[in-house]
Design a protein around this ligand. Structure first.
Ligand code: KG4
Ligand code: ZN
Length: 356
């Protein structure tokens, strides 16, 4: 039995959670999130300086709350974990310094967690977690990646976006349509009443210099430009914007691209389990399309639970527990934070001499 206090401060959600591994299962004892979304939405996106300050203000209260809820003392924990990469440096630093301070004061090991490993671990907060090997479609505000996971901590990136991440495309197109930040939920709500097949939009492909296309890679910047042109030409015609149809058509094409390339990869690699995680995994159209295709293809699908799609600390705690189970004991207290770090190098976060 192992218990971890986890902190997440990589972007615009301050979060703390206490998770427990018992009999091979990961259970959530307490989780709390202080979202800063409303404050950032005034600026149309995340303001790093504001994010860091709000994390500083929120974290002590969140930690106190989850420890009381979980009926847990810091000295009895098996580790204190925090996200250390990738993300906004100042924001990451708040969680990391807090976790390292608690670790040093109470003599509890510190674990630095890769944010994407956290997203991946969100499917282990379910009654029936996936069995290795599996293919993960990770779609968030900063990343769109297809990752083949052979065993815990062993990652092979099969595809990725060469420009905007899927969530970033939702956010930018939402701004174009005059919708608030974050764009994903706003577009989804509007799209419910729209015609997803009214406008035909490009499914961006990435060319290979010698000819052809990378089969599992993504590009969303052309789609964003196509949306801008559509909006401009519709505005020029002086009619009111068919905003619901625009939102629905955009959401449909993003979901189609993600589904088609993920299942092509699964088929080619003969992987029989597909996992969907990250903020964009909260999108209902995408969830439905993935589930439908999985049924057709005979693929087992694991969707991240809705409450653990967007950033939270429970998933960071789950990733820490999986690392502890695989034999990791601690990260160095000298491990800092990094705005970028490849997922397949996350083993280095547990080395005696840290990589950053
Ligand atoms: O995973 P996440 O909380 O943060 C990052 O690690 O980036 O993802 C946030 C992203 C934002 O771009 C947001 O617009 C998108 O996820 N998102 C959605 C939905 N909910 C959040 N996109 C589409 N549909 C949603 N329901
Ligand atoms: Zn995230």
């Amino acid at each position: 039995m192992q218990t971890v206090l986890a902190l997440e401060t990589s972007c615009d959600e301050s979060a703390a959670a206490v998770v427990l591994r018992e009999g091979g299962k990961i259970n959530l004892l307490a989780s709390s999130i202080a979202s800063q979304v409303e404050e950032h939405s005034k600026w149309g996106g995340v303001v790093p300086e504001i994010a860091s300050r709000r994390h500083l203000e929120a974290l002590p209260f969140l930690i106190n709350k989850v420890l009381i809820q979980a009926d847990c003392k810091i000295k009895d924990l098996d580790a204190v974990a925090s996200t250390v990469a990738p993300g906004l440096s100042g924001a990451l630093m708040v969680g990391s310094v807090t976790a390292r301070t608690l670790s040093a004061l109470h003599g509890v090991p510190f674990l630095g967690v890769h944010h994407l490993e956290g997203h991946l671990a969100s499917v282990f907060l379910t009654k029936k977690p996936p069995k290795f090997p599996f293919l993960v479609l990770l779609v968030s505000g900063g990343h769109t990646e297809l990752i083949y996971v052979t065993e815990a901590g062993q990652y092979q990136r099969m595809g990725y976006s060469h420009d905007d991440a899927a969530g970033e495309a939702f956010d930018k197109v939402a701004r174009l349509l005059g919708l608030p930040y974050p764009g994903g939920p706003a577009i989804e709500k509007l799209a419910e009443g729209g015609d997803p097949f009214r406008f035909s939009l490009p499914k961006g492909r990435v060319s290979i210099p010698g000819g052809g296309f990378y089969p599992y890679d993504f590009s969303f910047s052309g789609l964003k430009t196509a949306m801008l042109r559509k909006v401009q030409s519709l505005e020029a015609s002086d009619k009111s914007l068919p905003i619901k149809d625009l939102a629905a058509s955009f959401e449909q094409v993003v979901a189609e691209v993600l589904v088609q390339r993920s299942f092509l990869c699964a088929r080619d690699q003969e992987v029989k389990t597909l996992v969907l995680v990250g903020g964009v995994a909260a999108n209902k159209r995408l969830r439905e399309m993935v589930s439908k295709e999985a049924l057709k293809e005979g693929v087992e699908v694991h969707l991240a639970p809705m409450q653990f799609c967007t950033d939270n600390a429970a998933m960071i705690g789950a990733a820490a527990l999986i690392r502890l189970e695989s034999g990791v004991t601690t990260s160095s207290l000298e491990l800092g934070v990094s705005p970028r770090w490849p997922l397949d190098q996350s083993d280095l976060l547990y080395q005696a001499s840290p990589p950053f």
